[in-house]
Design a protein. Structure first.
Length: 370
């Protein structure tokens, strides 16, 4: 039996629509509520199952929208009510993770928190556990720690982390300071990063003492910090919580935690990274979903409990939520997503452009299919 990590609390931000996975991912059923790997569980449930051996069932908090509460609680039966933190509207990751940190810090002043997205795919749970345990040891020393993924290929869809000097921490086998973050590179630059071996993929996982994380938010965005602390003060009083959320939450700046915490902390020498030697994907578009479900083979991946697909000399992915028969013949790297009210046909090469279709639907007033 895996030993739980003392004083550690996991936070799962479960937000975002995943517009590059439209029409599968929608506002009322975002990608974290779907089974995208054939595991029999949603990505959210898989994330919970990965974290529970490290925390136990009572020390995982989920931050999600009010509209998704019922679906989240249905997929995570038994989650304590106090561990479901509801947003009235999306305010991005700094507010979501910061609010969880502020609430947990009030309840457990010495708590170490780890933030893990609800919609990522990780294979190699034991290796993942080793990386988290290393990161917690680093965090206890007062660093904000991220887990960087050892790149398996020169990917252009991920940001990268440049490792700096080695960090010696008791109990952590491999840790470094972060020299800098790098935005998504072009292919030639990505090849150079992989050859360099000091660059890791940025998977957006952050482990920190709650007080350290909150201090960094305060240093870089005092207005955001003040709002989060006021919310946390009211949170565990049911009579005060609702009015406080309605009054304060919409006023908080909508900004990613990378810009409020990670990048400023790196500049101050306060951000560390431990490498994760496990398979990871953020399932950012249908090209990555096809690759994930084909196991690297060149055949056609099929998703859908009742999918009826006939194929001949075809590759790519078909996602079917209908009983319609779909026949794919002689087409390479195709993407077909068939739902009751929308059909998407594209190729893996153009998978990133699906988001522009979503934007166009918003502009033209056809949001009923979003």
């Amino acid at each position: 039996m895996v030993e739980h990590i003392e004083d550690f609390y996991a936070v799962i931000p479960a937000g975002g629509v995943g517009s590059r996975l439209w029409p599968l991912s929608r506002a009322d059923a975002p990608k974290f509520l779907h089974d995208l790997t054939g595991s029999g569980h949603s990505l959210l449930r898989d994330t919970w199952n990965r974290l529970e051996p490290l925390t136990g069932p009572d020390r995982i908090a989920v931050v999600t929208g009010r509209a998704h509460r019922a679906a989240v609680e249905a997929q995570l039966p038994g989650i304590p009510d106090k561990n479901v933190i509801l947003e009235s509207e999306p305010r991005d990751s700094a507010a979501a993770i910061g609010l969880a940190a502020a609430i947990l810090h009030r309840r457990h002043p010495d708590v170490v928190i780890g933030s893990f997205a609800a919609d990522h795919v990780i294979r190699g749970s034991r290796v993942f556990e080793f990386a988290v345990r290393d990161a917690v040891e680093v965090a206890r020393e007062g660093y904000i720690c991220t887990i960087g993924i050892s790149p398996s290929e020169p990917a252009v869809g991920f940001g990268y982390i440049k490792r700096g000097g080695e960090l010696i921490v008791d109990g952590a086998r491999d840790a470094s300071l972060v020299e800098r973050f790098v935005e998504k590179p072009d292919l030639e630059t990505a090849k150079a990063y992989v050859a360099d071996r000091s660059y890791l993929w940025n998977a957006g996982m952050f482990i920190s003492r709650a007080d350290v994380l909150l201090a960094e938010i305060e240093a870089n965005n005092p207005t955001l910090h003040a709002g989060l602390m006021e919310l946390a003060e009211a949170w565990d009083d049911r009579d005060l919580r609702g009015p406080a959320v309605d009054r304060i939450w919409p006023t908080l700046e909508k900004i990613a935690i990378d810009y409020v915490v990670a990048e400023p902390a790196a500049e101050k020498g306060k951000l560390a990274v431990v490498p994760g030697h496990f398979d990871w994907d953020d399932v950012g578009d249908f090209a990555s979903l096809a690759k994930l479900n084909s196991g690297g083979r060149t055949d056609l991946a099929i998703l859908g409990q009742n999918a009826r697909v006939l194929s001949d000399a075809a590759s790519g992915i078909v996602v079917s939520q209908t009983s319609r028969v779909i026949s794919i013949i002689g087409v390479k790297d195709i993407v077909v997503v068939d739902t009751d009210d929308a059909l998407l046909v594209t190729t893996a090469e153009h998978a990133q452009r699906v988001k522009s279709v979503v934007d166009e639907l918003k502009v033209t007033g056809r949001g009923d299919v979003l």
